[in-house]
Design a protein around this ligand. Structure first.
Ligand code: NAP
Length: 484
């Protein structure tokens, strides 16, 4: 689809109570194009007053939606899945336009995002409680799950569609109404999803969408309102910590999907072809701008030269260009700050002795490009091993034995996902137990699946999204003691 057509079909105002309206103070967000660094669109930027209105709308819509039969809520989500699939081209164009990622990544994101609606249309009718006899006898224990209430959903720019549907899907399935605040870099996709939810039959006020570049003030205003009972946040650990402090004042239920620093372990018995294919997926999906992106490669010294050579060859062969060009495999990074940060990490590693096998320099062209880069023999203490890179850079470290590999992999405050390649499944499963992450890719470079519980341990977050666990995050457990 042509960019102009996609932009013409995308709303640019706030969605509150089923109506599109400008910000109360007229403020707009300037959405820019990462491929050219030029202007793309402007979008209403909510004020605190708009935020209060959106929560009031969600609050009014809540009782009706919570009382709607699960079969009907399920039908709305199923219709949203179908509409999203029909509109894949439009949504992928918007994602690429505002985020920069290559079209194949944007199309994959739309398919992944739509699956959350399909999965939670199925889960909506399977939310069951339990009945048991009290162990001491004399009465029964009934356990039920009720919708938690109005949920504030905050999403990042790296998966503007999937991070939204991963929250809207389970929230609506459970009977909650929501206010979605997308990242200011990528509000268009979220607004298009808001329009799609209306078309799918979500009643006015059940889904409200509030782009806001005064994010701190707008979110604080919402979290202070008694009607809000849930905060689901995906973003950086730093902002997540701040929001947890804010949520504590109101003892709010929170789900936190935060940063990662995924280790990718290649043992001496790994199938190297499979490991390189997995490494390319784990590193380069979304151009490296993923919380699940492999951030540190630990490779057994006996296979390190072979692995490094093959990985560098595969990385160097990728076509870098504007995301909307059909033959592009790696688009630009989201903004100038992201590009500068990636380069800073690379230059720090090089200054400490890392060997550049490919890439390693900002190209001389407009737009926020960074070339696929492989750094070998990265020294301990290099910032690139400790911080989220969020770009197409693969740092390699060699290890001698399994114990050293596990120690290095776990030496981080993060614990989202790890990847592990070995031909010995028994060894792999035993090692997976020792890795301090919420998810492990064992001989696989991708773990994300709407049917699986996605989430981290340590400072990568609290709670799970996807799977059956995902819907429980939007419920309160009610226990009734009774006898009959
Ligand atoms: P971010 O800066 O933390 O922003 C995330 C969201 O929070 C945006 O909507 C942002 O709005 C908002 N925000 C920023 N400051 C806020 C504040 N003081 N109060 C309330 N909201 C605030 O993260 P990002 O740079 O967009 O995304 C990248 C991060 O997300 C990475 O760390 C990545 O690992 C993480 N991530 C995690 C997962 C996961 O599932 N674990 C998935 C994807 C991404 P503005 O844009 O308006 O500032």
């Amino acid at each position: 689809m042509k960019l102009r057509d996609a932009l013409d079909r995308c709303p640019t105002e706030l969605l509150i109570d089923g109506a599109w309206r400008p910000a109360s103070d007229g403020r707009r967000i300037d959405v820019h194009d990462p491929a050219t660094a030029g202007h793309l669109a402007d979008v209403a930027s909510a004020s605190e007053r708009d935020a209060v209105d959106a929560v009031a709308a969600a609050s009014r819509a809540l009782p009706g939606w919570a009382a709607t039969p699960a079969r009907q809520r399920s039908a709305v989500l199923r219709r949203a899945y179908e509409l999203m699939t029909e509109r894949a081209d439009l949504l992928a164009t918007l994602i690429t336009a505002e985020n920069g990622k290559a079209l194949p990544d944007a199309r994959a994101e739309v398919a992944y995002a739509a699956e959350f609606f399909r999965w939670y249309s199925e889960e909506a009718v399977r939310l069951s409680g339990t009945v048991q006899h009290a162990p001491a006898g004399g009465y029964r224990i009934l356990v039920d799950h009720a919708p938690i209430g109005v949920a504030v959903l905050i999403t990042p720019w790296n998966y503007p569609a999937a991070m939204a549907t991963r929250k809207i899907g389970p929230a609506l399935a459970a009977g909650c109404s929501v206010v979605l605040k997308p990242a200011s870099d990528t509000p268009l996709t979220a607004l298009a999803i808001g329009a799609l939810m209306e078309e799918a039959g979500a009643p006015a006020g059940v889904v409200n969408v509030l782009p806001a570049d005064r994010s701190g003030a707008v979110v604080t205003a919402m979290l202070g309102l008694p009607a809000v009972r849930k905060l689901s946040f995906t973003g950086s650990t730093e902002v997540g910590r701040r929001l947890l402090h804010g949520a504590a004042d109101r003892v709010l239920s929170t789900s936190m999907e935060l940063g990662g620093n995924a280790p990718f372990l290649v043992l001496e018995d790994a199938d190297l072809d499979a490991a390189v294919r997995g490494a390319m997926l784990a590193k380069m999906r979304n151009g490296g701008e993923a919380c699940t992106a492999a951030n540190r490669f630990y490779v057994h010294e006996s296979v390190a030269d072979a692995f490094a050579g093959r990985l560098a060859e595969a990385m160097a062969s990728l076509r870098v260009g504007p995301g909307l060009d059909e033959d592009t495999e790696v688009g630009p990074l989201v903004n100038a700050a992201a590009q500068a940060k990636v380069d800073e990490l690379v230059q720090d590693a090089v200054a400490r002795g890392a060997v550049v096998l490919t890439g390693g320099r900002i190209p001389d062209r407009a737009g926020h490009y960074y070339p696929p880069t492989v750094l070998d023999r990265v020294a301990p203490g290099s910032a690139v091993l400790a911080e989220e890179i969020f770009g197409p850079v693969a740092p390699l470290v060699r290890f001698r034995d399994e114990a050293e590999a596990v120690r290095l992999a776990n030496a981080t405050e993060y614990g989202l996902v790890s990847y592990l390649y070995t031909r010995d499944l028994r060894r792999g499963l035993a090692l997976a137990d020792t890795l301090e992450t919420g998810m492990v890719g064992l001989n696989r470079g991708i773990v994300s699946d709407p049917a699986a519980p996605f989430g981290g341990v340590k400072q990568s977050g609290l709670g799970r999204e996807g799977g059956h666990e995902g819907i429980l995050e939007y419920t309160e457990t009610k226990y009734i003691a009774t006898d009959w």
